[in-house]
Every structure is written in C-alpha cells, then in structure tokens.
Ligand binder design. Sequence first.
Ligand SMILES: *[C@@H]1O[C@H](CO)[C@@H](O)[C@H](O)[C@H]1NC(C)=O
Ligand SMILES: *[C@@H]1O[C@H](CO)[C@@H](O)[C@H](O)[C@H]1NC(C)=O
Ligand SMILES: *[C@@H]1O[C@H](CO)[C@@H](O)[C@H](O)[C@H]1NC(C)=O
Ligand SMILES: *[C@@H]1O[C@H](CO)[C@@H](O)[C@H](O)[C@H]1NC(C)=O
Ligand SMILES: *[C@@H]1O[C@H](CO)[C@@H](O)[C@H](O)[C@H]1NC(C)=O
Length: 613
Amino acid sequence: MGLQRRRHPERWVIPAVPPTYVLSTAALLLLVVFAFLSLLAPPLPDHPSFPHPLFCHRCSHLPSLLVFSPSVLSLNLFSLFEFLIAIFGLLKNPVELQRNVVAADPFRVPSGGGSPVSDLWGSKQAKYFYGCSNASSEFAKEEAITQPNRYLMIATSGGLNQQRTGITDAVVAARILNATLVVPKLDQKSFWKDASDFAEIFDVDWFISSLSKDVKIIKQLPKKGGKVIGTPYTMRVPRKCAPTCYETRVLPVLLKKHIVQLTKFDYRLSNKLETNLQKLRCRVNYHALRFTDPIQEMGDRLIRRMKARSKHFIALHLRFEPDMLAFSGCYYGGGEKERTELGAIRKRWKTLHTSNSDKERRHGKCPLTPEEVGLLLRALGFGKDVHIYVASGEVYGGEETLAPLKAVFPNFHSKETLASKVELAPFAAFSSRMAALDFIVCDGSDVFVTNNNGNMARMLAGRRRYFGHRRTIRPNAKKLYSVFLNRTCMAWEAFASKVRTCQKGFMGEPNEVRPGRGEFHENPSTCICENSKKESATTYHIQSKIGIENGKSNSTRSIGEPTDNPSTDEESDWRDFDYGENTPLGGSLNGTDQEYNLFIRSEVPDLQEMLSD
Ligand SMILES: *[C@@H]1O[C@H](CO)[C@@H](O)[C@H](O)[C@H]1NC(C)=O
Ligand SMILES: *[C@@H]1O[C@H](CO)[C@@H](O)[C@H](O)[C@H]1NC(C)=O
Ligand SMILES: *[C@@H]1O[C@H](CO)[C@@H](O)[C@H](O)[C@H]1NC(C)=O
Ligand SMILES: *[C@@H]1O[C@H](CO)[C@@H](O)[C@H](O)[C@H]1NC(C)=O
Ligand SMILES: *[C@@H]1O[C@H](CO)[C@@H](O)[C@H](O)[C@H]1NC(C)=O
C-alpha cells in the first residue's frame, strides 16, 4: 500500500500535508531560477567537464537542465541543491529523494586511476605464452627448392607498416614459387614520398642472412658479362592471393619470362596459409626485419628517456590527420567549420560517395578523438600521473583538439619533446624513418593504445602478442560509441564501469581473439605457443580480470573476435592507408597540395579497388 503510493507518478503535486507542499514548491521554484541563472554564467575553466557539441545528447530519463552543464551545476548550484533537498527531505520520504539526487551526480573526471584492475600494466596470463616460429624439420631448406632462373621482384606500396606487410609476404611468395627474391623495393612515390631505400630503413644484410635457410634473397639481379640478365615482366596479383593463385597466375609467367616484378604489393597473400608458411611469415616479420642501427639506437634512446620519467609508460598511436578524418567520413563534433574543411578535403577523392557519419560511428568505424582516448584510459584506471608517449601525425585542430587529452594526462611526450632537433635531424626529412622511431617506442611501451585500427595499430598489436602479450588496448569503438554519446547522463563511476565492460576482449589478453580470426599480422596465432601442456587445458579459459569480469567470456566465442572488431578479412577501407602515420606533431596541411594531386592521380584506381574489395 505504502509502496504503491510512493511509486505514484504525480507524487510531486499531490499535497500530503499543505505546509509541506507550499515549502517544497517554493524550494523547487528557487532551484529552477537559480539553475537558469547558472546556465547563463560561463563554465569554469579549471574544472574540465569536456562539453562537446557532438555529445550534447539529451537523456530521456533526466531533466535536461541537469544535463547540459554539469560542471556549472556542480560548483554553483550543487551545494544549494543539496541544501534544498535536505530541507525538502525532512518533509518527504528521505529514501525516495536520495534516489533523485544520485541521478544528478555530475560527470567529473577524477585525477586518480582508482583501477579495480590489478594487472593494468601487463596481463597475468602472458607468462604462459611465447612466440614460436622456428621451422619444423620437414620444412625443406632453401637449396632444395630454389629453382634457377626464377627471380621474383617486389615493389611494395603504402606507408611503413603497409610496406612491412608487403615485405613479409614477399618472402613467403618467393618460397611458394621456389624463386629467388630480390630485396623488395620500397614505395618512394606514395603520399609521403620518402626516398629511403630498403637498406636505409632495414638492416639488409641481417634480412638476407637470417632467412638464408628459407629463401634465397639477393640485393639485385645478377649480371652476365657486365649486363643485368634481363628486364622484369611487371604484373599485379589480386589481393589476398592464395598459394594456388600464385601457382596459376604468376608461375607460368615466371617460367616463361624468368623475372617477374609484382607491383603495389601489400595485402597480396591470403591470410590463411599452412603452418610452415605462417611461421615463415613470423620469422620474417618478427626476426628478420630489423631497423638499421641508427634508427634502432635513436628509438631505444627515446624509450630510455620515457623510462627515466616513470616506471611504466603508455604509448598512444593517435591518428587524427585532416585527410584521414575526411576520408573516414565521420563527424567529430567541430560544427560547420569542420564540415566545410573536411568536406573540402573529401572532394579531392572524386570517387568517394557521400557518407552517413552517424552510421560510420555506430559501426565503430570512426577513430576516437583525443578526448575520448583520455577518458577511455582514465576509465580503465590510468591516473593523471601516468606518462604518455604520443605517436602522431598532424592533428586536426592542433593544440585545441589535444587540450582535453592533455588535461587528463598532463605528462604528454612525443619524439619532438624527448629529443632535440639535432638528434632528430637524420630522420626528420624521411617520413618512414620518423614512423620507425614511433614504431620502436610504441613497441617498447608497457601499454600500447591506439585510437584507430590502421596498419600500424594492427602490426603492433600482433607483434606485442608474439613477444609476450604485452598490454595492448584497442578501443571497441562500436560499443564505446553509445557510452561516449551518453556520458553526460551518468556519474563518472557509471561511465567508467560501462567503458570497462566495453573493453573486455580488447585489452591484448592471450586468447581474446579466436585463432585464425582477423588479419594474420594482427593475430599471429600460429606463432604463439603455450608454455606447457599441463597449463594449456586451463589457460585457454582463464583470462585476466578484465577479460572475464562479467562472466560472459567463453572459449567457444571469445569476446574479442571480430564481430565487434572493425577489422575483418573482407573489409578494407581508409584504415589501409597509413601514409599519415608520421608527419611531425604540429605540421600543417601546408605544402602538400602538390602531394595531394600526386596522391590522387596515382592512388585513385587502387582506392576504388580497396573500397570495392
Ligand atoms: C628456435 O631456434 C633457435 C635457434 O635456431 C633456438 O635458439 C630457439 O630456442 C628455438 N626456439 C624454440 C621455441 O624452439
Ligand atoms: C617447389 O619445390 C617443391 C620441392 O621440390 C615442389 O614440391 C613444388 O611443387 C615446387 N613448387 C613450385 C611452384 O615450383
Ligand atoms: C544511450 O542513450 C540511448 C537513448 O537515451 C539509449 O537508447 C542507449 O541504450 C544508451 N546507451 C547506453 C550505453 O547507456
Ligand atoms: C559458450 O557459449 C555458447 C553459446 O554462446 C554455449 O553454447 C556454450 O555452452 C558456452 N560454453 C561454455 C563453456 O560456457
Ligand atoms: C604554410 O607554411 C608557411 C611557411 O612554410 C606559413 O607561413 C603559412 O602560414 C602556412 N599556411 C598554413 C595555412 O598553415
């Protein structure tokens, strides 16, 4: 009976006792007037609440007054509000009122981490796994298979990591064809026009010698009587070409012409291969491809400088370049200015159809904003004292865009802040060498996080799995979307808890992605072994606290499998471009017009190819 009356929707207007009614109405009136005045006042700058036009989302269950400007309310109004509530509470049922107050608790980002997760800096399960890519005894030695007069040349394509994929697969393609591989040519004409050749980025002698049992690799075509033995026949294979595809398409040409050059070589070998070939992929990618000493030493120096600042550090690969944002077709909350600017860039790709930015976001196809990355990390439990290394190209909106992230993580570093201009001089003019430095630091970080699912993010995710499942956080953008959208409707704790739920299966835990799912370079499951047979029965099911908090995890359907993962075998879109990985922080759109034109001319056919893939 009493319960029923309490639930009555009109309880606020039914006067229980006349004097109470008068008093409560007066109090409410005062409250409304005060709230109105408060809203006219400017928000207080030292109390970030991250208002964002995109996210001023009306919450149906709360009065909108309490939603629009929580920081203002929290400072100017909140104590008064509580005071009035207290008076009011004396007259009405106090328990019932308590519930209403809780809903109005503002969204305040705490500075402490307060993580409920004990293995934030590294997975406890990692020690049960290790990378295993040695060839089995039945894998024939190079001398036994290499046929004379079969030379495979490769021209890679794209940015550093896309090229890395191409180089890795080139070795395997040569193996499939029983051919001698000529050291791959790097893409010097892509968007970033880095003139470096293979030997200026990678240790070429090590590359050749460490693979000597698998594939015969030479630096250039042999000469006969002072003349190169021939000119290559140039062709292109389809994307994700399987071994039989190489045998039917390339082998006949190779037998006839003897020298074949495959162009635009990036994702040209199928994901699924027999174990021996997958392991070869891992030997190339994780052991044979080493950066040159100057690059590796500079990268190591940057890592040492981060470690000198704190015991652990996070590396963030942040992609937020204007062209990439334009290409993504997403809206990032910058109003008409953003729509105009990104729209103008978008027009340069004449083949792009108009996009539905809301749909892109709902499907998890939009990179997180710097602000969202900051909130994600804090929600996962990283406090304000944590040091962050940010690997980033030009950030659209510059410092203004980065400010909310820096407010959450003030210990903000980049290669430009850690090293002097003089130290960076040998690398600065070469986009791939700069990208390599970022690659090394991201690889050497305790926690690696990205706001995107591009080539570098995927390459590093796989590499970090192989070398001991080091903590790698990939935003589950598809699920985070609605949490970010609704964040002003909840208290911080509720928000943080939802974020942690979304991130289950996206934390770089062993076995969070089912073997064979996703792209191989991202999930090299064939090359990951468990420590002992005894453990294996259990470890497959055990995940860290992050992995199984809600008990939903189960080995038949791992939470991180690509139903929630934006990257699938079939998909390939703007994320396949990593040309923007490496302009120095604070660069500008400037001076690239020529390059844009070049980019458009040379890339449009492929762009179409990728989108229709
Ligand atoms: C792989 O081979 C190397 C040397 O060839 C050896 O040192 C290493 O222990 C091997 N790894 C495994 C997992 O067998
Ligand atoms: C490569 O050599 C192996 C071993 O001789 C042979 O079984 C295979 O058919 C050859 N493949 C091609 C494409 O020549
Ligand atoms: C966000 O709000 C919308 C509409 O109010 C609701 O449908 C959705 O379930 C909410 N999402 C979360 C994660 O709270
Ligand atoms: C895992 O989930 C599937 C379906 O979601 C269910 O059929 C299966 O029994 C579950 N396995 C375990 C071990 O909980
Ligand atoms: C372009 O670069 C020049 C100097 O190189 C600079 O003066 C100018 O302000 C830049 N323009 C833009 C739009 O950033």
